[in-house]
Design a protein around this ligand. Structure first.
Ligand code: FAD
Length: 258
């Protein structure tokens, strides 16, 4: 097979940054032909010592307009893919599937006033891509990013989130944005304490956002831990919110990471 007919391209690692012992960010070159919508994921491949290749899905953190690709990764102890990925260094090669996939994109919603982006751990990745894209700021009146981690030191991309609305092209939209970090295993200044589901049930999330979750106005994206997604979907269903499908537009869009 020639390079041009392969289903993937070879990209070079430009930067690797540890966040904690089990979390890191990585940046690669981007093939000029690789197109995606903010919120989508790519298939990444690493070649093992025995010559075989392991593939996994990874959401893009970077915006569709960036010249590079950025990803945010967990390291699963003994994990087949992440054990290899976490060994890579600047200059090494990462395989990137030619096609992007996924429906955690703004076109899931035909209407809505407030966009809630609810994430656990690395599930914040697609939301960072969405927030760096212009479309979301024009489409919604309020945008609430909820980022849940166990310990505060796991909160990645704090400077990106803080400087987002300082960017020249987004400054006029800064008033629309609420960032709500939540930490489940410790108290942390400025963060809510507790799981997303608890914070919805006890009303704390809506109080902090200064806006209610309603079928009429809210559109909710969920990403990360399947348990959080399942439990939150059930809670939202009781409030009259259902999955948004192309044949039946609704209020909720999800991406389970495992
Ligand atoms: P696996 O054998 O794949 O997983 C082993 C176990 O580790 C899982 O059963 C689960 O319990 C746990 N686990 C897997 N992924 C995570 C995670 N992200 N956070 C916490 N626990 C996890 N992972 C990322 O780190 N960043 C991403 O942007 C990302 N995007 C994804 C997008 C999609 C659409 C999907 C389906 C998955 C995504 N994942 C992402 C998960 C990723 O594909 C792999 O599962 C992960 O890299 C672990 O691979 P592994 O082979 O080391 O372990």
């Amino acid at each position: 097979m020639t390079a041009s007919t392969e289903k993937f391209t070879r990209q070079a690692l430009l930067d690797v940054q540890p966040v904690t012992a089990n979390l890191f960010t990585l940046r690669t070159t981007r093939d000029a032909g690789f197109r995606f919508r903010a919120g989508q994921f790519a298939r990444l491949g690493v070649t093992k010592a025995d010559g075989s290749t392991v593939w996994r899905a990874y959401s893009m953190v970077s915006s569709p307009f960036d010249e590079f690709l950025e990803f945010f990764s967990i390291v699963v102890p003994g994990g087949e893919f992440t054990s290899e990925l976490s060994r890579l260094q600047v200059g090494d090669t990462l395989l990137v599937g030619r096609q992007a996939f996924g429906y955690l994109t703004l076109d899931r919603f035909v209407d809505g006033r407030d966009l809630w982006l609810l994430s656990t751990g690395t599930g914040v990745a697609p939301f960072l891509s969405i927030l760096q894209d212009f479309e979301v700021w024009e489409k919604f009146e309020r945008i609430i990013l909820v980022y849940s981690v166990r310990e505060a030191r796991e909160l990645a991309y704090q400077s990106l989130i803080a400087e987002l609305t300082q960017r020249e092209y987004l400054q006029e939209y800064a008033h629309k944005f609420r960032f709500i970090p939540t930490v489940t295993r410790e108290e942390h200044p400025g963060a809510l304490n507790g799981r997303i589901t608890l914070l919805i049930e006890n009303g704390e999330l809506e109080r902090r956002a200064g806006v209610s979750l309603t079928p009429e106005h809210s559109r909710v994206m969920l990403c990360g831990n399947p348990q959080m997604i399942g439990d939150t979907r059930a809670l939202l269903k009781r409030r009259g919110m259902s999955l948004s499908l192309s044949r039946r537009p609704g209020q909720v869009a999800v991406e389970n990471y495992w």
